[in-house]
Write a protein that binds this ligand. Structure first.
Ligand code: GLA
Length: 412
């Protein structure tokens, strides 16, 4: 039995592209970051969760020494890379989306301490990719592609890499092959995500823990509004924000902004120029908000009815306020939001959301809003109306909840 439509599409697509059945299907989800933005590469804390939208990779060995990649999303573009190039010292020079795939193949061969490699000389691999994670919407379609590819190759090549090693390999592909200087949050969320929980990650220690987050059981919904504005993290704002953070850490004499406390910030104001100070302040205060959110979720703040309905409402409002404060910090200090993202957040809060914020790297993408169950439609309609009034294209609306991480899918 095939498990779901995506697995079915991957199987069919593979057969269409290569005239044979795949040996297996591996899939990995996109993610929503509940809170903790641009903290990962500052050795800080993040709290993302895996979502239902996934990327599937159907794969099989071939015997001509090539890595061949076909995809449902780019049917006219079949990419062929000699495995010798993948095994070579330097990263493969493959541009565009196939760079993620070739990059992961390259990094996986270096990922584990045991045997890691494409296998006997002359062997190759065929991959077929299909996905329902929208690209550029802040939901980490890149990590979904990397992690599905990583799991497929790790199994096919019997590379023996652990999930943690795979997360690092996938990030390495993104940093060194694609050239996006991103942190490790997305790969971790995609590989370690679970139903009913968010992934709390200490990005310095690279250790994590699942904290309970089950919106449905708590009588809540997490609404997602995708503005349709697209970003790319290999260029521009993302890299310059990262550079500012590194400058700030150096000027303050710490290894990373993780080591700056809220109290240290007062001194930092005297040391740093105004813009660098605000970048640092975002990271420091955002780390604090992640820790507070993780504490609240561990304590069951969203569903603890001790003290009655009024007390529950207050606890939810406090959780929501962390989200909205995170957005304000990204808007005013880190300056990575756009007018459309700001409008979506303001409208959601005015329409009754407990809180809302942009999720992901910024400069476009999606907003999440925590709303009482049954209100996602109303809040979504308000955002759509506000977008219409201000001349933006209608947002794509959906609800999300923590879902399973990467897996090998059931296949007949
Ligand atoms: C992108 C990167 C992550 C992280 C976020 C911002 O999603 O891939 O590593 O830095 O932006 O929080």
């Amino acid at each position: 039995m095939l498990t779901d439509p995506l697995t079915g599409a991957a199987t069919k697509g593979f057969a269409g592209a290569y005239g044979t059945a795949p040996e297996g299907i591996w899939s990995a989800p996109g993610r929503v970051n509940l809170i903790g933005e641009h903290t990962d590469y500052n050795d800080g804390f993040v709290l993302p969760f895996a979502i239902g939208a996934r990327t599937a990779v159907a794969a099989a060995h071939r015997d001509d020494g090539f890595l061949v990649v076909a995809s449902a999303q780019y049917p006219d573009e079949v990419v062929t890379v000699p495995l010798a190039e993948i095994e070579a010292e330097g990263p493969p020079g493959v541009a565009g989306w196939p760079g993620y795939v070739a990059g992961v193949a390259w990094a996986v061969t270096r990922a584990s301490s045991g045997h890691a490699g494409p296998g006997p000389a002359g062997s190759g691999v065929s991959l077929y990719v299909t996905s329902d994670v929208p690209a550029g919407s802040g939901l980490s379609s890149s990590a979904a592609l990397e992690c599905a590819t990583g799991c497929a190759l790790n199994d096919l090549w019997q590379a023996g890499a652990s999930r943690g090693e795979l997360a690092r390999a996938c990030r390495r592909a993104e940093n060194e092959v694609v050239g996006a200087p991103t942190g490790i949050m997305d790969q971790f969320a995609s590989l370690f995500g679970e139903e009913g929980g968010a992934v709390f990650l200490d990005c310095r220690e690279v250790t994590g823990e699942i904290v309970p987050l089950d919106p449905e059981a708590a009588g809540l919904e997490i609404l997602l509004a995708d503005t349709g504005e697209r970003h790319a993290h290999a260029s521009g704002g993302y890299a310059s924000r990262r550079a500012s953070c590194e400058r700030a850490a150096e000027a303050l004499g710490v290894r990373a902004l993780r080591d700056v406390s809220a109290k240290d910030l007062e001194k930092a104001a005297a040391t740093l120029d105004d813009e660098t100070f605000r970048r640092a302040r975002h990271v420091v205060t955002e780390n604090g908000r992640v820790l507070e959110m993780a504490r609240a979720l561990r304590a069951g703040a969203l569903r603890d009815t001790t003290g009655g309905a009024g007390a529950l409402h207050q606890r939810r409002a406090a959780v929501g306020a962390l989200l909205t404060a995170s957005h304000a910090s990204m808007r005013d200090d880190f300056e990575i939001t756009t007018p459309a993202l700001d409008l979506a957040v303001e409208t959601a809060v005015r329409a009754g959301a407990f809180g809302a914020r942009m999720t992901g790297g910024g400069f476009g993408g999606s907003v999440l809003a925590l709303v009482p169950q049954g209100y996602a439609g109303v809040v979504g309609d308000e955002i759509t109306a506000a977008f219409d009034r201000d001349g933006y294209d209608p947002p794509a609306l959906s609800t999300v909840s923590p879902s399973a991480g990467a897996r090998r899918d059931t296949y007949p």
